[in-house]
Design a protein around this ligand. Structure first.
Ligand SMILES: *Cc1c(COP(=O)(O)O)cnc(C)c1O
Length: 365
């Protein structure tokens, strides 16, 4: 078959909105200090690793995994303080949960609404499923533009609203009072995405049950288990029963089930690590705030958003990489992110390496 024939086939059959997409880009971090993806930089203590490997050695990988993963749910409830009467739906990362929610309420005339800039998967998944997407711009200080948001909710009648709390890539928390107004005004679901819960003290989990359209989504990725791919959705049973129907039967594999249940039994290890990351975040922020030509934003997550007031984010991003440090370049992702970089908080050594490389890159600009 010739190249042209293949092209003709694709043009005929691949959905136009998929043809227009570019695949989610993950930068090559080989040999670099990796501060681009909000990963926890710490390993487990040696004794834990040995115990974990022993458990994995007994895994029955010839069998399908338990379809409900009850041990994982139990461990998540315990670790995150989720009441026993609230049901959970598990996803292969919270990315998959976003997809399951969208499949549950989807359709060509249905709208997913969020704010911008925020987590890009809300828009991408709307596109995958042929749904409409509406993004309401945040204010210049990245707070919610509540009147614009409420007007958009009224106008667009979204099937689901996703709000990241704290927000990615800005790191701030939206005002709780404003979010409650959105939940009350929404004609459909509101999902509070608490991916960064380990790095803040606030949560909408205690509000579950007060509203019949409120769901809270969490993940184990940012606390230190990104490799497992495990997210959870909590909320009123009637909604979760419907969303559960869209879950592929064995989406949480055997190795993930064993590893997550084991890791969460040692929650205090992760609590120590995330506390350490919070302390490091404040230290890094203080040092970044002292630099000229850079605006460093306070953060309730495990990353810091930087705006290079004097311009040249892309130049500095490249210089950083030449000096062996990978961060995320957000310039071009959204008008409000012009000249912005996002750096994940790493170990004290990684942060020091980043700071040194960053100062040098700024000076060389
Ligand atoms: C990282 C992130 C996620 C994705 O989490 P996974 O569980 O790893 O899929 C979801 N929401 C936000 C806001 C994130 O930043």
């Amino acid at each position: 078959m010739s190249h042209n024939e293949t092209e003709a086939l694709l043009a005929r059959w691949v959905r136009p909105e998929i043809r227009r997409l570019s695949a989610y880009h993950v930068a090559d971090a080989e040999g670099l200090v990796k501060l681009d993806a909000m990963e926890n930089p710490y390993h487990w203590p040696e004794s834990l690793r040995e115990e974990w490997l022993r458990l994995l050695g007994e895994a029955e990988i010839n069998r399908y995994p338990h379809p409900q993963a009850p041990a994982v749910k139990e461990a998540l409830r315990h670790a995150m303080g989720i009441p026993a009467q609230l049901p959970l739906v598990l996803g292969n990362g919270s990315d998959e949960l976003i997809q399951m929610i969208a499949m549950t309420v989807g359709g060509a005339e249905r709208t997913i609404l969020s704010v911008e800039p925020s987590f890009v998967m809300y828009r991408m998944i709307a596109t995958f499923l042929g749904m409409r997407y509406h993004g309401v711009p945040l204010k210049a200080d990245f707070s919610l533009d509540l009147s614009a948001l409420l007007a958009a909710v009224e106008q667009e009648q979204p099937a689901v609203i996703f709000l990241a709390y704290p927000n990615n890539p800005t790191g701030n928390l939206f005002a709780e009072e404003a979010l409650l107004q959105v939940i009350e005004a929404a004609p459909g679901l509101v999902v509070i995405d608490e991916a960064y819960a380990p790095f803040t003290d606030v949560s909408f989990l205690p509000r579950l049950g007060q509203y019949d359209n409120l769901l809270v989504m969490r993940t184990v990725s940012k606390m230190g288990l990104a490799g497992l791919r495990l997210g959870l959705l909590a909320g009123p049973a009637p909604w979760l029963d419907e969303i559960e129907k869209t879950r592929l039967p064995y989406n949480i594999n055997v190795l993930t089930q064993i590893s997550a249940a084991f890791a969460l039994r040692h929650q205090q290890v992760f609590d120590r690590q995330t506390r350490e990351i919070r302390v490091e975040r404040e230290a890094l922020l203080a040092q970044l705030m002292r630099l000229d030509g850079v605006e460093a934003l306070p953060s309730q997550a495990n990353f810091i958003l930087l705006r290079l007031t004097a311009g040249g984010a892309t130049t500095v991003f490249e210089r950083l990489r030449e000096r062996g440090v990978l961060v995320k370049n957000l310039h071009g992702a959204h008008p409000l992110l012009a000249e912005c970089l996002r750096v994940t908080v790493g170990t004290p050594e990684e942060n020091a390496a980043f700071l040194a490389a960053f100062s040098a890159s700024l000076d060389a600009r």
